[in-house]
Ligand binder design. Structure first.
Ligand code: HEM
Ligand code: SF4
Length: 574
């Protein structure tokens, strides 16, 4: 393969707001598909065992779940074009069961592919510049970013060029393809952290340096799983030109000292915790100072080449306020609720960011049917320059909608069952697949999410309760992020019965914290009741507009525990 071609990469006649493959990228992905086709053929012919095949499939995002294979497709930094979304819908129809599952790390999972079809699926993905490389295995996984990148009113710099730069650096990086464990990186560039940077192996925040130049605040050692840790600052300000070299230094230290003797202690969070931040920092800085910097000599040009792709779309000059929006809100209360809850401030006057909830009442969080994917693709073309985003809360974002068009968009979404007005509210639940799909699960999680969603389906009540994140995992591996849920639910098995532990006070943002246990586990049919008691207590105690997490922090965990104990003593069914 040749290297990236800057001439071709410029593609002057192709308007773009995201990265486009050049010949190098295209050849790279195609070669991988051809290689995997051969590996699948050998497996199907019985020339390799499942055990021998395992590392090959994991290099290509193919898992074996409880009932079938699962293919995890990367959506780098959560950005999708309408064409890509349509292709995902076509794949779901042709080779899966007509739906896809958007995950917490900006991936899409197909839950029912047949092994024989996977090379064709990968080929179809390659057609639209997508792949499943490094969405599993002990390597650097899909690099995620703020889903409001490039458009958020509170943004300092679009983090996607950084994420793409890291994606290219980390793809098949020979030194880091067999790390002690998987490695996750997230990037954010705004005042508010929407990428959960503090619960990643490395979290990056684009910040201004002493002279106003962009660089990074670098966090290391965050993560969820069995032992949750909040990431710590390893470097307060890293100049941009040092980014790759410094990350190489961190990964080399991890590769050398990370524990390979015990897979539950192999993540970098354990290394940071056991060794201590100061010692890790000293190791990283020593490696960084000693390393040969010649391979990084062209980093600045390469960053500039990539950044040029992320140009803003051709916005119109519009007034900040929209009369059409105001009058539609007055006339239609359901739309007014949607506009209040699912619409966020855009950095350009007259535009708004719309988050489409994939959490309808009683639905499976993060699932979208192929028909809904096509509606979303159409909506993005009609109202938003053909661009979509996937959020780590498992929702879809239309990042550039004219305020004047919001009502028409809402009607289109509503007709497709995509206008649930609950973004950030109680029923915007993150849930892992749990016992319905996952071979490691100790309890179900999707039905718990559905029961909570039905119990709190009244949108007016949800708006009254305000921002409150519920997150559910079906075992201690914590894929459903329950540790950082304001209310977290962890499904375990106790004497052959499902038992759910509830935690309070988790927070994935810059004020990150891990939730605290409320008490003994409860049965599946009691989870919604317990949540109801907690919420009622919060409503009775909150001051003004105080969020749940702030009331919990002010009152302290013990007060919430007390409430539950008293309710139990009074014979409440909890
Ligand atoms: C068959 C087994 C498994 C299935 C089906 C599964 C499924 C998932 C899903 C759907 C996600 C959402 C994110 C994404 O798609 O990128 C996820 C993330 C995650 N998984 Fe799993 N998982 C499995 C095994 C494990 C194991 C063995 C561990 C840990 C030992 C683990 C730890 C995590 C963590 C910690 C996250 C998200 C939090 C983070 O980013 O650190 N998973 N998993
Ligand atoms: S948390 Fe457990 S049950 Fe849920 S997906 Fe992860 S491994 Fe499976």
């Amino acid at each position: 393969m040749t290297a990236h071609d800057p001439q071709q990469a410029a593609r002057p006649n192709t308007p773009t707001t995201t990265y486009l493959y050049d010949n190098y990228d295209t050849a790279f992905v195609r070669e991988r598909v051809a290689e995997f086709r051969e590996q699948v053929r050998r497996r199907l012919e019985g020339a390799t065992t499942e055990e021998e095949f395992r590392p090959f499939r994991l290099m290509n995002g193919l898992y074996l779940q409880l009932h079938a294979y699962m293919l995890r497709v990367a959506i780098p930094y959560g950005t999708l074009t309408a064409r890509q979304m349509r292709s995902l819908a076509d794949i779901a129809d042709k080779w899966d069961k007509g739906y896809g599952h958007f995950t917490t790390r900006q991936n899409l999972q197909f839950n029912w592919p047949k092994l024989v079809d996977v090379p064709d699926i990968l080929e179809a993905l390659a057609e639209v510049e997508m792949h499943a490389i490094q969405t599993s295995g002990n390597c650097i996984r899909n690099v995620t970013a703020d889903h409001f990148s490039g458009v958020a009113a509170d943004e300092y710099e679009d983090p996607r060029p950084t994420a793409e730069f890291l994606r290219q650096w980390s793809s098949l990086h020979s030194e880091f393809s067999f790390l002690p464990r998987k490695f996750k990186i997230a990037v954010s560039g705004a005042a508010q952290d929407r990428a959960a940077v503090k619960v990643h192996d490395i979290g990056l925040r684009v910040v201004a340096g002493p002279g106003g130049e962009p660089g990074y605040e670098v966090y290391v050692g965050g993560g969820l799983g069995r032992s949750p840790f909040v990431g710590k600052v390893v470097r307060e300000f890293l100049p941009r030109e040092d980014l790759l070299a410094y990350l190489e230094a961190i990964l080399r230290v991890y590769n050398r000292f990370g524990r390979r003797d015990n897979k539950y202690k192999a993540r970098i969070k354990i290394l940071v915790h056991e060794t201590g931040l100061d010692q890790i920092r000293a190791e990283v800085e020593a490696e960084f100072a000693a390393m040969d910097r010649t391979p990084f000599a062209h980093d600045a040009e390469e960053f500039a080449r990539i950044a040029a792709f992320f140009a803003p779309p051709p916005y119109e000059t519009l007034p900040a306020q929209s009369e059409a929006l105001q009058s539609a809100k007055r006339e239609n209360p359901a739309f007014a609720a949607f506009a209040e809850v699912n619409v966020s401030a855009h950095k350009i006057d007259g535009y708004a960011i719309v988050t489409v909830s994939l959490k309808p009442t009683g639905g499976i969080p993060g699932d979208a049917t192929s028909a809904q994917m096509r509606v979303l693709a159409d909506a993005s073309e009609k109202f938003g320059f053909g661009e979509l985003r996937v959020s780590h809360e498992q929702n879809i974002v239309l990042p550039h909608v004219k305020k004047d068009d919001l009502f028409a968009l809402w009607r289109m979404l509503d007709a497709a069952g995509l206008a649930t007005a609950n973004v950030g509210l109680l029923t915007d639940i993150i849930s892992c697949p749990g016992l319905d799909y996952c071979s490691l699960a100790t309890a179900r999680s999707i039905p718990i999410a559905q029961a909570i969603s039905r119990r709190f389906k009244d949108e007016e009540r949800q708006r009254e309760i305000g921002r409150l994140g519920i997150k559910i995992s079906g075992c201690i591996n914590a894929c459903g992020h329950h540790h950082v849920g304001a209310i977290g639910v962890l499904g375990l098995e106790k004497k052959g019965q499902e038992s759910y532990q509830i935690t309070l006070g988790g927070d994935p943002s810059l004020s990150a914290s891990v939730g605290e246990l409320l008490g003994p586990g409860v049965g599946a049919d009691q989870v919604a009741d317990v949540i109801e008691h907690i919420v009622d207590f919060y409503l009775s105690e909150r001051q003004g507009e105080e969020r749940f997490i702030d009331t919990w922090r002010r009152l302290g965990h013990a007060r919430f525990k007390d409430v539950l104990r008293r309710e139990g003593e009074n014979g409440a069914d909890i």
